[in-house]
Ligand binder design. Structure first.
Ligand code: PEP
Ligand code: MG
Length: 558
């Protein structure tokens, strides 16, 4: 029995045999033709590869579609195509030219600072492998699993996962990669447990057919677990199964605490696919749609494309409310070609500040959102509002967009509600003033509220202990926001990651919150916790009302 530690990529506990995919050796038995014939072969292979990707897209679900679309776009990338063309022109055979171009591209991507971009190198490998397989007359990189197994490889490519028959892929363990890799994202969407970044020693030890235990959340991987551990895991899996069955009824049950207090549970989403999944899990709507993800696919969608996207989101929510946050660009969500380098991006031109500095970009988004509001229960909120000045500037842009739509005769909901994220302490401290200037709702973004209150970068592991999610200062700011919302008679929700933690979610409900927006796959866990909460019994318990240091009772004034 040997234990390894990796990085969590997709939740789940699983045990099964190792499957080591064989990567075929390239370049054997190739015949080299003249450059013009090789070029013609290459062009034909690209057409076929694009066709295969289109067909795969039709069967794909959720983010798989976007990834296949991205790979399709790679085959239209001029730099890649020209690179291949240059090698062919100097006498290389087309397959070798693709392999060479792929290795240069991946090398460049792997050395980029941005982890997200680095992970895109897997897509280059994947799509080029498809073209090479076509040129070499080989079946496409299909993984032939003969029994349900855990794939162990240096890197797992998106098409590896998509090529496996349903039910055959128990888990994924890779020696490289990160949670941001497309393979990790696909694994998450498909509910396949995955741990990445285990290093090459693990790869050397994990032989085909060996038994592997994967406890993804903890990042634990055990090779050849002993009998005692295997029995323990079987017990855990059995209990999980029972719990999943118990949880099934939770999906449709209204979320009420034991004493009957209703709590609205919404989901944080990024597009129609995860909205559909969240609705199936019982989400009452979308509390946060991170619209900036639309811009991270390398293109800037025009008003029409954005409009269709928001309408698709409304359709996926099937009548439930969808709260779209306008582009939160900057800091950890920099967008290539839009964001400028800044000395301290978290304190720089991000969120609403960025949009106000780019009025044409903001105008396009506001027009698309306003038009979409005619099609369903939409709400719109602004990120990184610092105070009433920001709020008023944003609403002046809304007035301009409304006027433009009236001139064009485009329909929109005149009563579309606009709200403010509360994620900077200054916004929490002046929430009453923001509400007094027409803010329709608050959404507390604890991810940023904690970082700005505690002065600890949310991205820096070195200061993790200072990033105190449940610190008294944050509780006080949440209490002030609640209080301001109550006085103004407007709704308030928490949409930061902390709301997806069952214990913190319960603490927020104790504090007076009645609406939480959580990560889709945590929704049932949060719901279960809240449905076991008894606010009335806690209030009657001896010592109740004294509170913890820094706890603010519902609606309390400071
Ligand atoms: C937040 O800050 O809590 C939030 C929800 O926004 P993001 O994580 O996208 O910055
Ligand atoms: Mg934020």
């Amino acid at each position: 029995m040997q234990k390894y530690k990796g990085t969590f990529a997709s939740e789940g506990l699983v045990m099964g045999p190792v499957y080591r995919p064989e990567r075929q050796t390239m370049g054997l038995g190739r015949v080299v033709h003249g450059p013009s014939q090789e070029r013609a072969l290459f062009d034909a292979a690209v057409v076929l590869a694009k066709d295969e990707l289109r067909q795969l897209q039709q069967k794909a679900v959720g983010e798989q579609k976007d990834i296949l679309r991205f790979q399709h776009a790679l085959l239209e990338d001029r730099t890649l195509i020209d690179e291949v063309g240059d090698y062919i022109a100097v006498g290389a055979d087309s397959a070798a030219a693709v392999e060479r171009a792929a290795s240069i591209f991946t090398h460049t991507l792997e050395n980029v600072d941005d982890a997200y971009i680095r992970e895109r190198s897997a897509d280059v490998v994947d799509v080029c492998r498809r073209v090479v397989d076509i040129l070499d007359g080989r079946p496409r990189g299909k993984l032939e699993l003969t029994r349900p197994s855990i794939i162990v490889a240096d890197q797992v490519l998106p098409s590896d996962i998509l090529s496996v028959e349903p039910g055959m892929l128990l888990g994924i363990v890779t020696s490289s990669g990160s949670i941001q890799s497309h393979a990790s994202i696909i694994a998450g969407v498909m509910g396949i447990p995955a741990v990445v970044g285990l290093g090459s020693a693990f790869l050397d030890a994990a032989m085909d057919g060996a038994t592997l235990l994967l406890d993804a959340e903890a990042g634990d991987v055990v090779l050849e677990p002993d009998r005692a551990l295997q029995a323990e895991v079987r017990g855990r899996l059995h209990r999980q199964q029972e719990r999943a069955e118990e949880m099934g009824w939770l999906r449709n049950a209204p979320c009420r605490t034991k004493d009957g207090t209703a709590v609205s549970l919404l989901a944080n989403c990024s597009g129609p696919q995860d909205i559909e999944a969240a609705v199936q899990t019982g989400a009452e709507g979308v509390g946060l749609l991170r619209s900036e993800f639309l811009l991270m696919k390398g293109q800037f969608p025009d008003e029409e494309e954005q409009y269709r996207f928001y309408v698709d989101c409304l359709r996926a929510a099937a009548g439930r409310p969808v709260t779209v946050r306008t582009f939160d660009i900057g800091a950890d969500k920099a967008v290539d070609g839009l964001s400028e380098p800044e000395p301290n991006p978290a304190l720089g031109l991000r969120g609403l500040r960025f949009c106000l500095s780019r009025p044409e970009l903001f105008h396009t988004q506001l027009c698309a959102l306003l038009r979409a509001s005619a099609q369903g229960p939409l709400r719109v909120m602004f990120p990184m509002v610092g105070g009433v000045e920001d709020w008023r500037e944003a609403m002046a842009c809304v007035a301009t967009a409304r006027a433009a739509l009236r001139t064009r005769g485009a329909a929109f909901d005149e009563r579309l509600l606009f709200g403010s994220m509360i994620e900077i302490p200054s916004a929490a401290l002046t929430a009453g003033e923001i509400a007094a200037h027409g803010c329709g709702f608050f959404s507390i973004g604890t991810n940023d509220l904690v970082q700005y209150t505690q002065g600890a970068d949310r991205m820096a592991p070195g200061v993790a202990r200072y990033y105190r999610e449940d610190g008294p200062a944050v509780r006080i700011l949440i209490g002030m926001t609640l209080d301001a919302a109550q006085r103004a008679g407007i709704p308030v929700c928490i949409c930061g990651q902390t709301a997806s933690d069952p214990a913190l979610a319960a603490a927020y409900v104790r504090q007076g919150l009645r609406s939480l927006s959580v990560t889709g796959n945590r929704l049932l866990k949060v719901k279960n916790e809240l449905m076991n909460l008894d606010l009335a019994a806690e209030a009657d318990a001896p010592g109740a009302g004294l509170g913890q240091a820094g706890t603010v009772s519902p609606g309390a004034r400071l």
